[in-house]
Design a binder for this molecule. Structure first.
Ligand SMILES: Cc1cc2nc3c(=O)[nH]c(=O)nc-3n(C[C@H](O)[C@H](O)[C@H](O)COP(=O)(O)O)c2cc1C
Length: 176
C-alpha cells in the first residue's frame, strides 16, 4: 500500500491507492479489447482502457497490463496482439472479458475471426489495430506493451466510453 501528499489549495491531503484510482478515473477514456494467442496456442483476451497512441512513423501504440493478471505471461511473451476499440453496443463483451475465466471465447466465438499471428480478431468494433509486439517495459506493477501497427481498420460505430468507473455511450454518460 502506498500513500503520498497532495496539495489542494492550501490543504495537504494524504491519499491512498483507492483515492489514486478515483483521481485517475476522472480522465474519460474509450474501452478496448486486446487479444493474443499464447505459445501453447490458447486464445487470451482482456478488457483494457490503458490504450494510447505513441508514434506515426513507425506506427506505434501502447497499452499496459497488470503483472499479476492471469493472462499476463501470454501477452508479454507473445509476438503479436490485436487491439479493438469497442463500440457502445459491446458493453456486455467488455464486462465478460474483464473477468478471469479459463475460456473467455467459448460463448463469443461468432464475434471473432482470425487475424495477425493467429490472434482472435473481434468483428464489429470501432477500430482494430493488428500489431507486432515492438517492445516491453516493466514499470511498477504493470508492463507497458508497445505494438507496431501492421494493419488497421475503422468503422463509424459509436464508441464505448469509461468515466468515473461507469461504462456507456456518450449519451449514457452525459445523462448521469
Ligand atoms: C474498463 C476496464 C479497463 C481495464 N483496463 C485494464 C488495463 O488497462 N490493464 C489491465 O491489466 N487490466 C485492465 N482491466 C482489468 C482486466 O480486464 C481484468 O483484470 C481481466 O480479468 C484480465 O484478464 P485475465 O484475468 O484473463 O488475465 C480493466 C478492466 C475494465 C473493466
Amino acid at each position: 500500500m502506498y500513500s503520498w501528499t497532495l496539495i489542494t489549495g492550501d490543504t495537504p491531503v494524504t491519499t491512498d491507492a483507492r483515492s489514486f484510482r478515483q483521481s485517475l478515473g476522472t480522465f474519460p477514456t474509450g474501452v478496448c479489447l486486446v487479444t493474443t494467442v499464447s505459445t501453447n496456442s490458447k486464445f487470451e483476451g482482456m478488457t483494457i482502457n490503458s490504450f494510447a497512441s505513441v508514434s506515426l512513423d513507425p506506427p506505434l501504440i501502447l497499452w499496459s497490463i497488470r503483472d499479476d493478471a492471469r493472462s499476463a505471461d501470454a501477452f508479454i511473451c507473445s509476438q503479436h496482439f490485436i487491439l479493438s476499440v469497442l463500440a457502445a453496443s459491446q458493453q456486455q463483451l467488455a464486462l465478460h472479458f474483464a473477468r478471469p475465466a479459463l475460456d473467455k471465447f467459448a460463448a463469443w466465438k461468432n464475434d471473432f475471426d482470425t487475424g495477425l499471428g493467429g490472434c482472435p480478431r473481434l468483428r464489429g468494433g470501432v477500430a482494430t489495430f493488428e500489431c507486432t509486439t515492438y517492445s516491453r517495459h516493466q514499470e511498477g506493477d504493470h508492463t507497458i506493451l508497445l505494438g507496431r501497427v501492421e494493419h488497421h481498420m475503422r468503422s463509424e460505430a459509436a464508441p464505448l466510453l469509461l468515466h468515473m468507473g461507469q461504462m456507456g455511450s456518450l449519451w449514457d454518460l452525459a445523462r448521469r
